[in-house]
Design a protein around this ligand. Structure first.
Ligand SMILES: Cc1ncc(COP(=O)(O)O)c(C=O)c1O
Length: 396
C-alpha cells in the first residue's frame, strides 16, 4: 500500500465526538480502547489533502467565499468518474451536512401532519428529522431473508405510498445500517411507485463511494429523466474522506422548481447555501487529488470486513452478519445469545469494552444487533473481536 492505514491516532481530548461518547457511556474505559461507533474513520488523512490545505493557508484570505470553478469541476468530475453522472453547477445547493439537508427537506416539501416514509431499520436521525418537525414517521419494514440480507416489501411500500398523506421518502442508498446496494431494478420499481403516488424522493447517498467488490451503486437520478426530476440527492465528501468536521455537503436538485422551494426554505432560516472556505477547499482537494488514497481505503475496508467475519465465524459462530455490499458499517446479529437488547449492549460496552452502535437505535427491528465501524486499523478491530469473544463466552 502506498498510504498508511495502520497507524492509530489517539483522539482522546481532541473533541472527537465518537471518542467523547465512549467515555460518556463508560467513564472507566481502559486506556487503548478505540470506539467503533459513529461513522467516522480512525485513519490518517491522505497527505495530499493535509499538504493541500496547508499550502492553501499559506496565501489564503479567509473572508466570505463562494464556490470557484475549480470547486465545481472537482465535484462534477467525481460524479462523472465514480458514478457516471453528469451534473450541472446550478443543480448544487450547499449545506454544512446531510443531516441539515434532510431536516430542511422535510420542512420544505411537507407540512406538519404529513407522512414521511422510511425503510426500516434505518439511520436514526431520519426519525428525528420527521418527529421533531411535527410530521409522522411511516415505516416500511425491510425483510430479512435466510442469508441475513434485507429486501424491500414492495406491496407494503406501495400501500404506504398510496396514503395521500405520504409526501416524502427518505431513502438511504446504499443503506445504512443494512449495507444494501439497491439494484437498478429495485430503484426503478421504488421510484415508479413514488412518482405514481406523488411522493418525492430524498436519496441520501452519502455512502455511495463505499461499494464492495462485485457490487455497483446506481445514483437514483441516473435511472431516468423522470426520476431525476423527482429527487433531492444528498452527496458529500465527508464519509469518503472523513471530512465531517469541515462540514461540506453537495445537495443536488436537478428540478428547478424543487430547488427554488428548497433554497427559499434555507434562506428563510438564514442558511442561504453558503459553506465555509475550508469546506470548499477540502472537498476540492479530496475529489481532485485523493482518489488513489480512496481506492486503497476501499481495499482496506473490504479486507477488514473479511478479517472480522472470519474471526467471529471461528470463535463466535452465533453471530450472524448481513453481507457487506456497501458502507464501512457491519450489521451484526447477536440474537442467538438470547440476551435482551439492554443486557447485550451492557455486556458489549461494560464487559467487552467494545463501543459499537446499539442496533435498536435504528428502529425496533434492530434490537439484538450492533453496528461495527470497520474504518479502523485491522489490529484495532481484531482486538475488539477478542474482547467480545471473552465477554460473550459466559453467555454461550
Ligand atoms: C446515511 C447517513 N446520512 C447522513 C449522515 C451524516 O451526514 P452529515 O455528517 O453530513 O450531517 C450519516 C453519517 O453517518 C449517514 O450515515
Amino acid at each position: 500500500m502506498k498510504y498508511d492505514f495502520t497507524t492509530l491516532v489517539d483522539r482522546t481530548g481532541t473533541g472527537a465526538s465518537k471518542w467523547n461518547q465512549m467515555r460518556t457511556l463508560n467513564p472507566d474505559v481502559k486506556p487503548g480502547v478505540v470506539p467503533l461507533s459513529v461513522a467516522d474513520m480512525e485513519f490518517k488523512h491522505p497527505p495530499e489533502l493535509i499538504e493541500g490545505l496547508k499550502s492553501f493557508l499559506d496565501t489564503a484570505i479567509l473572508g466570505y467565499t463562494s464556490p470557484t470553478d475549480a470547486y465545481y469541476n472537482a465535484v462534477a468530475g467525481w460524479m462523472k468518474r465514480r458514478h457516471n453522472w453528469e451534473i450541472k453547477n446550478e443543480w448544487i445547493v450547499f449545506t454544512p451536512g446531510i443531516v441539515n439537508a434532510f431536516y430542511e427537506a422535510v420542512s420544505a416539501f411537507t407540512q406538519p401532519g404529513d407522512n414521511v416514509l422510511l425503510m426500516t431499520p434505518v439511520y436514526h436521525p431520519f426519525y428525528a428529522a420527521i418527529n421533531k418537525t411535527g410530521r409522522n414517521v411511516v415505516e416500511s419494514a425491510l425483510v430479512r431473508d435466510e442469508n441475513n440480507r434485507y429486501d424491500i416489501d414492495f406491496e407494503d411500500f406501495e400501500q404506504k405510498c398510496k396514503d395521500p398523506k405520504t409526501k416524502l421518502l427518505l431513502l438511504s442508498s446504499p443503506h445504512n445500517p443494512l449495507c444494501r446496494v439497491w439494484t437498478p431494478e429495485e430503484l426503478t420499481r421504488l421510484g415508479r411507485i413514488c412518482i405514481d403516488n406523488g411522493v418525492l424522493v430524498l436519496s441520501d447517498e452519502i455512502h455511495f463511494d463505499f461499494i464492495m467488490p462485485g457490487y455497483k451503486h446506481t445514483v437514483f437520478a441516473t435511472i431516468s429523466e423522470e426520476f431525476e426530476q423527482n429527487v433531492v440527492l444528498c452527496t458529500a465528501p465527508s464519509k469518503s474522506f472523513n471530512l465531517a468536521g469541515l462540514q461540506c455537503s453537495n445537495i443536488i436538485i436537478p428540478n428547478e422548481q424543487l430547488r427554488e422551494t428548497y433554497l427559499t426554505t434555507l434562506q428563510s432560516r438564514a442558511m442561504g447555501g453558503r459553506l465555509n472556505v475550508m469546506a470548499f477547499k477540502g472537498c476540492e482537494l479530496a475529489y481532485d487529488q485523493c482518489e488513489e488514497w480512496f481506492d486503497e481505503l476501499l481495499e482496506v475496508i473490504y479486507d477488514n470486513s473479511q478479517a472480522v467475519i472470519a474471526y467471529c465465524n471461528e470463535h463466535m459462530p452465533k453471530i450472524k452478519f448481513t453481507p457487506l455490499e456497501a458502507t464501512y458499517l457491519l450489521w451484526m446479529d447477536f440474537r442467538a445469545y438470547g440476551l435482551s437488547n439492554e443486557e447485550l449492549q451492557r455486556v458489549l460496552r461494560m464487559e467487552a469494552q467494545v463501543f459499537m452502535n446499539d442496533g435498536a437505535a435504528f428502529g425496533e427491528a434492530g434490537a439484538g444487533f450492533a453496528r461495527m465501524n470497520l474504518a479502523a486499523p485491522k489490529h484495532v478491530l481484531l482486538d475488539a473481536c477478542e474482547r467480545i469473544k471473552n465477554a460473550m463466552a459466559k453467555y454461550e
